[in-house]
Design a protein around this ligand. Structure first.
Ligand SMILES: C[S@@+](CC[C@H](N)C(=O)[O-])C[C@H]1O[C@@H](n2cnc3c(N)ncnc32)[C@H](O)[C@@H]1O
Length: 270
């Protein structure tokens, strides 16, 4: 008989953290990294010609720390910040396997971006892989922008991406699964048109090590909100930012339009 150990959570990114890096194995981290480097290079006036080692960067919604670590390997000083203790535990474990100089450049911190309070200021804050879509209340998103503005040094900039409404609608129509030798993931998504909310009911079955018939079952409920770009712009402006550049789907020269999946924003503290 196949047995299941079950864990259910209404909070996102709890036990799911254990499978996150596996699910993200093909994610475009290299492209995100190249974008940050390009933007830092282009905007070097705002960072007063600082070298990588002199720049302080915050990776907001850093998850399991993949981008934080890649940037630390390039010599930047990085603070990885996330609400999920479980994601940060994986990040810390990955960091612990690296050289001491890289370890010394990274600090992981558990905070909610809606209540963010940081003791130092940053040249750059970025939030990639649609972490901001997880803030589903407009007032809270506005508060998060205000907090990020406070965390920036004068002329500092904030770079982030969010999923477009079109992309969220198409994700919301999906029920799908992924099967590997020892893990089965099932997504049952729904799009709530009236509230522009996407919910993911995620079930993960992982084979217990060495026990063919024993699976651990984890259920999580994730929710993201789709925001119209006009609303994002007005919230940013209200909270002390000026727009520098928007583009879509990793193409720096492609303006936003409704057909695209991922919108990128580059804004500067006024
Ligand atoms: C899709 S993951 C992206 C993780 C990481 N940026 C990456 O590229 O792999 C979204 C992350 O946002 C974090 N998150 C969601 N809401 C948050 C909040 N209010 N404050 C801080 N982090 C949050 C989650 O815990 C999760 O790690």
């Amino acid at each position: 008989m196949t047995k299941c150990l079950q864990t259910k959570s209404m909070e996102a990114y709890r036990e799911f953290a254990d499978t996150y890096d596996y699910l993200m194995r093909d994610a475009p981290y290299q492209q995100w990294l190249e974008l940050i480097e390009k933007i830092i290079h282009e905007r070097s006036k705002s960072t007063e010609g600082k070298t990588n080692g002199q720049m302080k960067i915050a990776d907001l919604g850093c998850g399991t720390g993949t981008l934080s670590i890649l940037l630390a390997e390039k010599g930047f000083e990085i603070w990885g910040i996330d609400i999920s203790e479980d994601m940060l535990a994986i990040a810390q474990e990955k960091l612990g396997k690296l050289s001491l100089p890289v370890q010394r450049r990274v600090r992981f911190l558990q905070q909610d971006m809606v209540e963010l309070k940081l003791p130092v200021s940053f040249d750059v804050v970025f939030a990639f892989c649609d972490s901001l879509n997880y803030v589903v209340d407009e007032g809270e998103l506005s508060q998060a922008f205000a907090n990020i503005n406070n965390a920036l040094a004068p002329n500092g900039f904030f770079i982030f991406d969010m999923l477009s409404i079109k992309k969220m609608q198409s994700l919301g129509a999906r029920k799908h699964f992924e099967v590997s030798d020892d893990t089965i993931c099932i997504w049952q998504n729904e799009w709530d048109l009236d509230n522009e909310l996407l919910t993911y009911d995620v079930t993960i079955l992982t084979q217990e090590y060495g026990q063919m018939q024993m699976y651990k079952r984890v259920d999580e409920y994730h929710q993201q909100r789709g925001y119209q770009p006009e609303l994002i712009l007005s919230l940013l402006e209200r909270n002390g930012f000026e727009l520098h550049h928007t583009f879509a789907d990793f193409h720096y020269d492609t303006p936003l339009n409704e057909a695209q999946d991922r919108y990128f924003w580059v804004v500067r503290k006024r």
